[in-house]
Design a protein around this ligand. Structure first.
Ligand code: NAD
Length: 408
């Protein structure tokens, strides 16, 4: 019903959202993915940017993308000022933040405070204090604030979530989530590789190395699929590469709050020294009646092992999948969809909320409920930051278990 209403509204107004971007300039990694995903459904176009850390590179990056010179800004502060001088029918509808982690907080705070919707990459910010501040700003201004935990955008992840919530695998007893990478198995940062350089620098990356960069994705995937809340954790962080200042390998035991009388257990692995592994994110959810398994490198398939029955393979694009999975699908089965499309699904659902906002329908004050829209929001981002902090605390402590319940 809601979807139908929004489709009608778009047809009447024929609005294409105006996007501004901070970060994502020449030689950047994820900015180009965001630009592709954000415009995939022709619901947005890039009209402004402050794309790099130096004025010269920002301008050159904007010219590469054909930005109008007046809106090709040298610095994000100029972009905010310049856009606020424009009329509401010209100003950006949202800003996308794809800088290294340390710049998320000032940029997100400034744009959200000015009433501009935000789509920010993870991990949200460096500290829980900063995250709490952003949550308060979102509550006060009512802006839509999405955090691109893109793995929850995959159709088969959405189907896994539906199977857990409908009870298809019974009550969840255990979750094993792994994000295995090998690209930081040697001191790549010393070669000048810029993505490795900032990710291994505490001032720009934050408290966590592997646990922040990819462990935060794993934490969100568990939360999204199972709906379970963490109670406590027991973490062991290691830095294997000599001279590196942040962890490059994380092994965490998880205890969840009781649901239906069961206190589920879990294991989370986030590693960047596992030679030969690329983006090997995988999750297994063990219930009282069955098991689910999904691999990011084979994302169009969800495995189901029901108790006492043969294995089943659910495949993207088929009519037997849940509505959320169908809605997150663009191509017929057999034509693979993957990383770009999953990102685009986060955008698509955030756009629904942004477009509903002027009509007073977005209910964005419902933090944690995503205002009824299926996208990771500032609350998920804040929970991720809290998780990273608790993991680091646990690893540094002699105590066996560290409370990890999210307070918001
Ligand atoms: N969701 C995902 O799957 C995913 C994947 C990769 C990266 N990320 C996240 O995206 C962000 C960017 O990562 P990346 O690998 O693309 O980094 P990157 O180093 O490749 O790119 C960062 C860009 O930000 C620019 N920048 C730095 N400071 C800036 C400032 N003050 N103003 C404007 N631009 C500035 C840099 O010049 C560069 O163009 C990080 O937060 C990272 O954790 C998320």
């Amino acid at each position: 019903m809601k979807v139908k209403f929004e489709v009608c509204w778009r047809l009447v107004v024929n609005k294409v959202l105006r996007m501004g971007m901070v970060g994502g300039g020449r030689d950047a990694f994820i900015g180009a993915v965001h630009r592709t995903a954000a415009c995939m459904d022709h619901r947005a176009r890039l009209v402004a940017g402050a794309l790099s850390s130096t004025p010269e590179k920002s301008k050159a990056s904007g010219r590469d993308l054909g930005l109008d010179d007046r809106r090709n800004y040298e610095r994000w502060e100029d972009m905010l000022e310049g856009e606020l001088l424009l009329g509401e029918d010209e100003r950006i509808d949202f800003v996308c933040i794809v800088t290294p982690n340390h710049a998320h907080y000032p940029v997100a705070k400034a744009f959200a405070s000015a009433g501009i919707n935000v789509i920010c990459d993870k991990p949200l910010v460096h500290t829980s204090e900063q995250a709490r501040e952003l949550v308060q700003i979102v509550k006060k201004t009512g802006v839509v604030f999405a955090v691109t935990y893109n793995y929850s955008g995959y159709p088969m992840v959405k189907h896994a979530r539906e199977m857990v919530s409908s009870g298809a695998i019974g009550d969840v007893r255990k979750v094993i989530v792994e994000y295995n990478q090998g690209w930081l198995a040697s001191a790549l940062e010393k070669s000048g590789q810029k993505q490795a350089d900032w990710r291994t620098d505490p001032a720009r990356s934050g408290l966590g190395g592997a646990i922040g960069d990819i462990g935060s994705h794993a934490e969100q995937l568990v939360s999204y699929i199972t709906g379970l809340s963490l109670e406590s954790i027991c973490a062991d962080l290691t830095t294997f590469v000599p001279g590196r200042r942040l962890d490059d390998d994380a092994n965490v035991l998880l205890r969840f709050k009781a649901r239906n009388g069961i206190e589920a257990r879990g294991v989370l692995i986030a590693s960047q020294i596992e030679v030969g592994h690329e983006n090997d994110l995988r999750i297994r959810v063990f219930g009282t009646k069955g098991t689910l398994e999904w691999h990011q490198e084979d994302p169009n398939v969800l495995m189901h092992r029901p108790d006492g029955g043969p294995e089943q393979f659910f495949r993207r694009g088929n009519g037997y999948l849940c509505d959320a999975a169908k809605r997150a699908t663009r191509l017929p089965p057999g034509h693979p969809e993957a990383f770009f499309e999953a990102f685009a699904n986060v955008y698509r659902n955030a756009y629904d909320a942004i477009e509903a906002r002027p009509l007073g329908k977005a209910d964005v004050g419902g933090i944690g409920l995503h205002g009824g829209y299926d996208y990771p929001d500032v609350f998920d981002g804040a929970r991720g930051v809290h998780f990273i902090e608790r993991v680091v605390e646990s690893s540094r402590s002699d105590r066996k278990w560290t409370p990890a319940s999210f307070p918001l």
